[in-house]
Design a protein around this ligand. Structure first.
Ligand SMILES: Nc1ncnc2c1ncn2[C@@H]1O[C@H](COP(=O)(O)OP(=O)(O)OP(=O)(O)O)[C@@H](O)[C@H]1O
Ligand SMILES: [Mg+2]
Length: 275
């Protein structure tokens, strides 16, 4: 949490400078997706016309359907984390990342902020293979996206990971950077899924940042932090397939990583999950 507050401060400090550089087309694209994904219908006439023009999407399901329907919690959050549930609607399985079970103070502040923040990241990255698909807001407390059957990198033994996996993982990270986003928590093996088809999916964009919202001098180190997550896991799981160049890059990155706030959760800030 402390790390996210610090990264939040970086965003606030740099945002006036960055606003100018965010391309108008990208902004419009994300804005349109935002409107349709949040299922928001605007109050005034001009906004209603604009919403009609971009086609406000019907949410695949509502909070009421989620509450009354059959769902299974598969990840229980810590005091400031969401619960994640699997919810089946017709032929489609969804993840519901929900801050509702958190204390009111967390839910109304941190939770809402995180839900919007992760939605925005997923919208920017929409369409990239290896990124959770079809994100939308259930309500202010919960974000939904498509469930992917698989196991996290942590729970997947090396022999179940095919030789292409880490090349595809690296390619997904490259595409993410091309869209102007850094993840910053890829070293955490719980944030990477190995699907039943053997493909990588990058999860958990809560600590991700838009590059243009951060000072330029940090861009390279942040991108390299993501790559170090790929290579660290590659080296751990499939050392026989990582080449000398990538291994040397990992070693160089490990020497350079001196900013505590982009190393994943700082020591001691991980707390117990809700029971
Ligand atoms: N789209 C998905 N398909 C399948 N499983 C998923 C998906 N998204 C998340 N999960 C599972 O839920 C777990 C937690 O997801 P996520 O990291 O997004 O939440 P979190 O609140 O940050 O939890 P944590 O603090 O444990 O990282 C993942 O490690 C993974 O096992
Ligand atoms: Mg996570």
């Amino acid at each position: 949490m402390v790390r996210l507050i610090v990264t939040g401060l970086i965003i606030r400090v740099s945002s006036p400078l960055e606003a100018a550089s965010w391309s108008a087309t990208s902004q419009r694209r994300v804005r349109q997706l935002w409107i349709s994904s949040s299922g928001r219908v605007s109050g005034n006439l001009a906004n209603r016309r604009r919403d009609r023009a971009v086609g406000v999407m019907q949410k695949p399901f509502t909070r009421e359907e989620f509450t009354k329907g059959k769902s299974t919690v598969f990840s229980t959050g810590r005091w400031s984390n969401a619960d994640l549930s699997q919810f089946q609607k017709e032929q489609t399985t969804w993840v519901v990342k929900d801050f509702s079970p958190c204390s009111p103070m967390i839910r109304r502040t941190w939770g809402r902020f995180m839900v919007k923040r992760e939605l925005r990241a997923l919208l920017i990255l929409k369409g990239i293979e290896g990124i959770p698909a079809e994100p939308f807001l259930l309500d202010v407390n919960a974000l939904c996206y498509r469930f992917q059957p698989g196991t996290t990198l942590m729970d997947t033994p090396s022999e179940k990971i095919n030789d292409n996996f880490f090349f595809e993982f690296e390619a997904a990270v490259q595409k993410m950077h091309q869209r102007g986003m850094v993840h910053l928590d890829i070293r955490n093996q719980r944030n990477v899924l190995v699907t039943d088809q053997g493909k990588p999916v990058i999860l958990d964009f809560q600590s991700s940042l838009r590059l243009e919202k951060t000072p330029r001098f940090l861009h390279e180190i942040m991108k390299e932090t993501d790559f170090s997550g790929v290579y660290k896991n590659w080296y751990k799981k499939k050392p026989e397939t990582i080449d000398d160049d990538r291994r040397a890059r990992l070693e160089a990155l490990n020497r350079k990583r001196s900013f505590w706030f982009i190393r994943g959760y700082p020591l001691g800030t991980r707390t117990d999950r809700r029971s």
